[in-house]
Design a binder for this molecule. Sequence first.
Ligand SMILES: Nc1ncnc2c1ncn2[C@@H]1O[C@H](COP(=O)(O)OP(=O)(O)OP(=O)(O)O)[C@@H](O)[C@H]1O
Ligand SMILES: [Mg+2]
Length: 274
Amino acid sequence: MAANPQALYSRQAETDASTSGKLLSAKNVTLEYRTPERLVRATHDVSFDVYGADRFVLLGPSGCGKSTLLKAVAGFIEPVAGSIEIGGERVRGPGADRIVVFQEFDQLPPWKTVVQNVIFPLRVARKLSRAEARERALHYLDKVGLAKFADAYPHTLSGGMKQRVAIARALAMQPRVLLMDEPFAALDALTRRRMQEELLRLWSDERFTLLFVTHSIEEALIVGNRILLLTPHPGRVRAELNSHQYTQESMGRGEFQQSVARIHRLLFEEEIAQ
Ligand SMILES: Nc1ncnc2c1ncn2[C@@H]1O[C@H](COP(=O)(O)OP(=O)(O)OP(=O)(O)O)[C@@H](O)[C@H]1O
Ligand SMILES: [Mg+2]
């Protein structure tokens, strides 16, 4: 079984990328929270399309509804207006085709070892046999450089290592879309850079489809190939930009800095001028 793990593990990504059609589609999505005191509108009339193997970034200031949009794509929140479709079918709840990696380091059950953490959802949601799940888990732990830590417990790992486990666990599930909500925001600057690099390396190996949330303009330009800019609260679409030309090496360069300044203006200054 699985003599060529790579071929087996990439099947879903290939299917989605080879159709290169629309994979995920948000149409005029308005999202609200109802609290006992009031109704909070988190996003208003947001539309975007994500294609197979896109690295699509939602970028906007704090409170503009990025996490809420991601939760809606994950199926935890239902739009009050508009719809979200994946593969042409309306999202009606959570599913194993959309896996979220969060910012918090404590997203791994602490009583399970690293490899058990990765195996668990493969057994439950993907119904893999014990041996298949273990093989796949070890494959992805190796991909994130943690093969040696398979039997360690999460509390013995650094923040960056915990995030790598969460990424391995998510990728092992081979979701149609990998959802990441500021996964590197709580890391120190150096580790954050390294993690961005690793994520891009993993992407070039596996070509998964990524929906990535950040409020860092630089991170959006480096991680994304397309960026959706959202206005301050409640988030509306401000602009959509291409950013496939940038890598970490671009960071010091003039063109990159001009893009940062332009996005900054779009996000903040033009809003004030209106
Ligand atoms: N559970 C909740 N109940 C009520 N209001 C909420 C809830 N969660 C978020 N909100 C509100 O919805 C809006 C959007 O919040 P959201 O967390 O999606 O923003 P964000 O863009 O992810 O911000 P950040 O960059 O700070 O993470 C904010 O005004 C926030 O106060
Ligand atoms: Mg958020």
